[in-house]
Ligand binder design. Structure first.
Ligand code: HEC
Length: 101
């Protein structure tokens, strides 16, 4: 026996929570975005070949600086990601960077 009311409620809840990351801490999602958008300069798995800032050394208590640098860019080498990445995606990247890779 299928209960249509319950299924409806399930779909509604699924739709409400769909934008949330699949893993609780977002590290895995951040890793996927990182390898897509950031690894070319910052190195695969944050293993930096010395071309850009070594993200494993980024201060873990300074999320504000991370969000600003990623949104607005930094110096001549780091492009601004505002408009290309959502606030949620930047949050996921932060979770990954904070995890240390
Ligand atoms: C085209 C190469 C390039 C790409 C792609 C790139 N970066 Fe960077 N990034 C740099 C360079 C170069 C610096 C050093 C900038 C400086 O300090 O002058 C940097 C610096 C940073 C910093 C340190 C800024 C600070 O506060 O000192 C962070 C954080 C950062 N990048 C995050 C990211 C993230 C996250 C991505 C992917 C969304 C990304 N970068 C993609 C080149 C890049």
């Amino acid at each position: 026996m299928m209960n249509k009311g319950l299924i409806g409620a399930g779909l509604l809840i699924g739709a409400l929570f769909a934008p949330l990351p699949a893993s609780a801490d977002g590290v895995q999602e951040g890793y996927l975005i990182y390898n897509d958008m950031c690894a070319t300069c910052h190195g695969k798995d944050m293993m930096n070949p010395g071309l850009a800032f070594d993200l494993r050394k980024f201060p873990q208590d300074d999320k504000a600086r991370f969000v600003t640098s990623v949104s607005k860019g930094k110096g001549t080498g780091m492009p601004p990601w505002e408009g290309k990445l959502s606030a949620e995606e930047i949050d996921l990247l932060w979770a990954y960077v904070k995890s240390g890779g």
